[in-house]
Structure formats: C-alpha cells, structure tokens
Design a protein around this ligand. Structure first.
Ligand code: ST9
Ligand code: ZN
Ligand code: ZN
Length: 333
C-alpha cells in the first residue's frame, strides 16, 4: 500500500500487548535490525548548518538581554508563540502525524500545521518520517538521532551532519502512504520555505511592532529568535536527556526514560519510557493530563468534536507489561 497520492486501506494490524487495532505499525521497535559489518562511514559535517545553528543560539542568548525592557504584551506574545509552536510539534507532528494516536478534522489539522510551521522543525512529512525511523530502529544506526552516539549527537549534532546511510536505507521501507494522502501535510511540504519565513520569523516579529509599538529589535530577538531556540532545545531534550536520565518502569530493555523535567519543558513529552513502549497512546503517558498540556489540548479539541478516536492503553495492559519488562521503579504518581 505504498501508493503515492492515495491512502489504500489495509486490514488494521493488531497491537502485540492487548490485541487492539492499530492504524499503523511503523513506529513499533523492529528487533531484527543488525548493524552492517566493516568500518563506519565517515562523518560529513554540514558547515552551513553549524553556522546557522550557532548564529541562532548566539542571537537567542543576546535576546535574553531584551527581556527586561520588553513590553508585557510582547512577553505574553512570546509565551503564546512558544505554546503554539510547541503544540504544532507535540499534538501535530508527533501524536497525530507520526503515531496516528488520534484522528483530527480538517480545521484542527490546518491549525496544527500552521502552528507546526511556526516551530520550523522541518516539514511534517520529514519530521514524521524521521520519527517513525527513530521508534522502529531506536538507538541503532538507522535511528536519525541515535542516542548511542552520545548526548550531543542526539540533541543537536544529528542536524549538523549528513545522515548515516542506514537511516535512508531503512527509512525508505517505512509506510508513509497516510502522509502522502494528507493534503494539509503535502501542502505544507510543497510551500515550506515560504511558509516558515512567514510563520516562524515575520509573524512573531511584526505582530508586537505593528499592534503595540514594540521596538523591532526586541520583537525580533525575544518572540522570534529566543522563542524559536527554546522550542528547539525543549524538543531536542526528549532525544538527548529523556534517552539518558530517568527510570524505566515499563521496559528496562530500552534506553528511553521517564523524565519529569523534560515532560514539563516539552509540554507532556518526557514520559519517554512509556511512550516508546506504547507509542500509540494519544497522551504519551500513563497519567493523562498530569504535566501534560498537550493532552489537555487534545481533550479540549475532542470536546469540540475536532479530535476523535483517541487511543489509550488499558490499566491491565500497562500493569501486565511493567510487571513483565519494567525495572521495578514504578510509582503511581
Ligand atoms: C529539528 C527537528 O529540530 C527536531 C526533531 C526532533 C524529534 C524529537 C522527537 C521526540 C518526541 C517528540 C517530542 C516533541 C517535543 C516538542 C516540545 C516542544 C516544546 N527515511 O535529510 P536529508 C532520504 S529541525 C527515508 O537532506 P542528508 C530522502 O530521500 C531544525 N528517507 O539527508 C531525502 O530526500 P527528501 C531546523 C530519508 O543529506 C534524502 O534522503 N532544520 C530519511 O544526510 C536526503 O535527506 C534544520 O536544521 C528517512 N528518515 O542531510 C535542517 N532521511 O527529503 C536540518 C532522509 O527530498 N537538516 N531520507 O525526500 C538538514 O540540513 C539535513 O537533514 C541534514 C542531513 C544535514 C541533517
Ligand atoms: Zn525517543
Ligand atoms: Zn514518538
């Protein structure tokens, strides 16, 4: 069913833990991957990305000096831009488009795609493709941000060099037909460069300048650059810190961990041992809305009938799994 442009309905696969129907299985860990023998391919650093990322982070640090002189409305706007971009990644690219953990009506998909564009983390299609590879080939050479290569690589290093050939080779086998069939996703991909210019840079900067006479410098450095760098780093911490620091109550055989600090910064995405064990749960956590603004948001959308089919895992299934594979560190809160 790899047909481009049409999403061919295939019989729904069953979940191994509880026999539930699954929309897609390409986010389930594939135990059959083995690394190729012989020397590792050479690392090719992409200096353009090194320079741009350095400039962004220097700009964001410089932006900290503008916070005290910024108008309150500008600071509120910066927080709003942070929240919107974050939701575009967590509820949009992650829980909806990568994992299909709920269904979203067109207005919600448009809202999430617009917010996602404000986050400028590559287009949704590319994000979801890399993320499915991250789950399926977790912590192998075919994982784009393989945490076995260290904190720096998993955090930002992977965006500063060419991908390992295994990422591309294994990634080509992923089923992405649902993304091809989603007109919102494909529209964003087609017009991505123009759209990020508007949503990530022009809108965050011009709104404070136009509506409440903020200086252009402050508007550029705080809601635009500083906000963008903060959302990026909060996201990257899920790949780095939440793959290294924390406990593993659900599956001790994998590296992803429960990390409350990351969960708070990444609006609900730090329960990473749970998430890699049950990637289809729309709350990405056992504990629903706790430290989980993304789940609150999806629940509100469900109330307004814009979200539906939210998948969860039964308490019995979770308990059986953590007794079978957990590290014994489980706490019910
Ligand atoms: C950014 C992304 O920051 C962050 C993602 C984080 C994910 C986190 C997940 C954690 C869970 C969720 C938590 C959310 C929390 C949110 C909290 C919010 C508060 N499969 O990539 P190219 C093929 S982006 C299949 O160029 P290179 C494909 O044909 C930041 N095929 O590889 C592709 O062509 P096309 C801003 C694949 O040349 C071709 O290869 N953006 C796959 O090695 C070339 O692909 C940047 O900084 C695959 N997986 O270059 C840009 N991958 O696309 C950074 C590739 O046409 N990126 N192919 O189909 C780049 O410049 C480049 O990608 C590169 C590698 C230099 C890194
Ligand atoms: Zn992960
Ligand atoms: Zn995920």
């Amino acid at each position: 069913s790899q047909t481009v442009g049409t999403y061919v309905e295939t019989p729904k696969p069953k979940c191994e833990d509880d026999g539930q129907d699954r929309e897609m299985m390409d986010d389930i860990f594939d135990t059959t991957y083995t690394a190729k023998e012989g020397p590792e391919p050479p690392r090719k650093i992409v200096w353009r990305n090194v320079i741009l990322m350095s400039m962004l982070h220097i700009g964001a640090l410089y932006g900290c000096f503008f916070i005290s002189s910024a108008k309150p409305a500008t600071l509120l706007w910066a927080v709003l831009c942070f929240m919107l971009s974050a939701l575009g990644v967590t509820a949009g690219a992650h829980r909806l488009w990568s994992h299909r953990s709920f269904k979203a009506k067109l207005p919600l998909r448009i809202f999430l795609a617009v917010s996602n564009t404000m986050a400028f983390q590559n287009d949704i299609y590319e994000w979801a493709r890399d993320h499915r590879a991250h789950h399926k080939y977790s912590e192998t050479n075919a994982d784009p941000h393989n945490a076995m290569r260290g904190f720096f690589f998993a955090h930002i290093g992977w965006l500063l060099m060419r991908k390992h050939p295994d990422v591309i080779e294994k990634g080509k086998k992923l089923d992405l037909s649902d993304l091809h069939a989603d007109k919102v996703v494909m529209f964003q991909r087609r017009h991505y460069k123009k759209l990020i210019l508007v949503m990530c840079f022009i809108v965050p900067t011009m709104v404070p300048w136009y509506f409440w006479d903020e200086s252009l410098y402050t508007a550029f450095y705080v809601p635009c650059l500083l906000r963008y760098a903060l959302v990026l780093n909060a996201t990257w911490l899920v790949n780095s810190a939440a793959h290294m620091f924390g406990n593993r109550p659900y599956d001790k055989s994998i590296n992803p961990r429960e990390n409350r600090f990351v969960a708070i910064g990444a609006i609900g995405e730090g329960f990473h041992n749970y998430h890699h064990t049950f990637p289809y749960d729309y709350t990405a956590s056992e504990f629903g809305i706790r430290y989980n603004l993304t789940t609150c948001f999806i629940n509100v959308m469900r109330y307004f009938n814009l979200a539906s089919d939210c998948k969860t895992v039964s308490k019995e299934t979770i308990t059986a799994r953590r007794l079978r594979t957990g590290d014994g560190s489980y706490r019910s809160g």
